[in-house]
Design a protein around this ligand. Structure first.
Ligand SMILES: [Zn+2]
Length: 150
């Protein structure tokens, strides 16, 4: 139980990003497009859909981080995308905790999901303040917040 507590507590932001990828509501372009928050699902590396499989296994932008991820999970290879995100049923709880920790370290080291989180928050924030356009104080506040997030 101590391990369970430790893993679940962990880094809340990374746990949330991990859960969002499992539930197809992450900030990857494919999920954003499917959820009507973006027009196209493509990665900016090539004209290919940026889904969890591309992010975890294929995107050339994260080759260095991927090597570290797969080396740390070498004893559990091979993985499907689903197994990497949800764990393997034939493995123990602690082994699956190790997989979860490794994938969250990958999420942290790529910084990919953080970048679009900021983008989405700015879009949401801009949208929320649209009713106040023309009011200088809100334009100033919005500019200030965007500078903080950049
Ligand atoms: Zn890519």
């Amino acid at each position: 139980m101590m391990y369970r507590h430790t893993i679940i507590k962990g880094d809340r932001f990374l746990s949330v990003m991990h859960a969002r990828m499992r539930n197809n509501c992450s900030n990857l372009n494919s999920d954003l497009c499917n959820n009507h928050l973006r027009d196209d699902p493509y990665c900016d590396c090539v004209e290919v859909v940026e889904d969890a499989e591309h992010y975890l296994f294929q995107c050339p932008k994260f080759q260095r981080q991927r090597i570290i991820l797969l080396q740390s999970l070498q004893r559990f290879l091979p993985f499907t995308t689903s197994e990497l995100l949800k764990g393997k049923t034939e493995l123990s709880y602690l082994d699956n905790c190790a997989i979860f920790s490794a994938i969250q370290l990958y999420i942290k080291s790529t910084k990919r999901l953080l970048k679009l989180t900021i983008h989405v928050h700015i879009v949401d924030f801009t949208h929320a303040l649209s009713a106040y356009q023309g009011s200088n104080i809100f334009v100033t506040l919005l500019s200030f917040c965007i500078q903080l997030l950049m």
